[in-house]
Design a protein around this ligand. Structure first.
Ligand SMILES: *Cc1c(COP(=O)(O)O)cnc(C)c1O
Length: 398
């Protein structure tokens, strides 16, 4: 039999640069290789595994629901799906909530965009304002809202010409782009892929006021920041500002693929039956996993844990005196260390020598996206690995 690594290389798309580690299982905040080496996982599948790996509640839910019913089109009512809707309502717009289920972040953004455009269908030539440095996904609609030229360039001809990019955290820049045809403004509360840049309180408050004044819909892309990641169930709660439409995915079902578009009833009323749908979206299995995840996040006060440990990590990192660090940024357990040089060598060092896994966010930022179940000992382990990396990478450079 051919070695599976050769098969990956031969038949895989080649779109991912494959690492040389083979992880075969996970437990809590740790991943284990085929050699049974243990790694502290501060990536959690790009912020997906908010409850860590092999969480007993998720295992039980998966088993029980898959024995009952895996798939059922959303044209048939389903108790599990209905319960998820009720939970989402409790977390967002209460009795006014409408929720549409999809399977990924990019689909949640697509849904939010279509909803906003349908709501503005009387506008003749609607346009949308997104932010520079934004990331909203890689399908054509969401890619139109994503700023990074590297992701856009080959497909530019197919992307919407109706998107204008404002400077993040600069209200005047947004104001300058608004006209009578502006349908919506979309932003992340912390720009994740763009380099871990939290929004200023004044900026978010200002966006809300601007949108209210000009009758423009405000969309928050909470795909990465939501589900407790930033210290509250949704990051907008840290800003005391509510959007009109929310896009949710990544952590929503603790690793099971799902996404959601949530908004108020009067906004949904403009989208007609059949104008949007999803075959997989709203299947009972994904819904049950989301319910189990939300209940666990609440029962174990994991957003609060993210808030406390996020503050703890940021405080500790800021105390490290190193001329290699440009800035420490973050909100909850979405944390970035910006170096003066490339972050790659630091991330590689931590993986190879410290058995700690971090992500990058752009060229110079090391990103921490740990499971929300981490404890202080894990935080300390991660911080220690950064200290060691700083010493090593510096020594090597000198
Ligand atoms: C990851 C991400 C997306 C895209 O999610 P996919 O599930 O990869 O399609 C969209 N928006 C933000 C803010 C993200 O972090």
């Amino acid at each position: 039999m051919t070695n599976f690594l050769d098969l990956e290389k031969k038949f895989g798309s080649g779109l991912y640069s494959l690492k040389d580690k083979v992880f075969v299982r996970g437990e809590g905040v740790y991943l284990y290789t085929d050699q049974n080496e243990k790694y502290l996982d501060f990536m959690s599948g790009h912020g997906v595994a908010c409850l860590g790996h092999a969480h007993p509640v998720l295992i039980k839910t998966l088993e029980e629901q898959s024995k009952k019913l895996v798939t059922l089109h959303s044209s048939y009512p389903n108790e599990t799906r209905a319960k998820l809707f009720e939970l989402m309502a409790e977390l967002t717009f209460y009795d006014e909530t409408k929720c549409f289920l999809v399977n990924s972040g990019t689909e949640a953004v697509e849904g939010a965009l279509k909803l906003a455009l349908a709501y503005n269908r009387e506008k003749k030539d609607p346009n949308v304002i997104a932010m520079k440095r934004s990331f909203h996904g890689r399908t054509m609609g969401s890619l139109s809202l994503t700023f990074n030229p590297k992701y856009r360039q080959p497909f530019e001809n197919f992307l919407s010409k109706k998107v204008k990019f404002a400077t993040y955290n600069d209200l005047d820049s947004v104001k300058g782009l608004i006209d009578e045809n502006t349908a919506c403004i979309i932003t992340e509360l912390v720009q994740g892929e763009g380099g871990v840049y939290p929004a200023d309180k004044e900026f978010i408050k200002g966006l809300r006021e601007l949108c209210d004044e000009k009758n423009i819909l405000l969309i928050f892309d909470e795909v990465q920041t939501g589900m407790g990641r930033c210290g509250k169930m949704f990051a907008y709660e840290q800003y005391n500002v509510k959007p009109d439409i929310i896009a949710i995915a990544k952590g929503l079902a603790g690793g099971f693929p799902i996404g959601a578009v949530v908004s108020k009833q009067h906004i949904w009323a403009k989208l007609e039956k059949g104008e949007h749908a999803s075959t997989f979206g709203g299947n009972p299995l994904a819904a049950s996993m989301a319910i189990a995840t939300i209940n666990t996040l609440k029962e174990k006060s994991l957003p609060e844990n993210a808030n406390e440990l996020g503050k703890y990590i940021i405080e500790k990192l800021k105390k490290i005196s190193s001329s290699s660090i440009r800035e420490i940024r973050g909100l909850g357990l979405l944390i970035g260390i910006q170096f003066k040089s490339k972050s790659g060598p630091y991330i590689d060092y931590c993986e190879k020598n410290e058995n700690v896994l971090f992500l990058s966010a752009g060229m110079t930022v090391l990103r921490m996206l740990p499971p929300l179940i981490i404890e202080k000992i894990h935080a300390n382990e991660a911080i220690k690995s950064i200290e060691n990396a700083l010493n090593f990478v510096k020594d090597k450079d000198n």
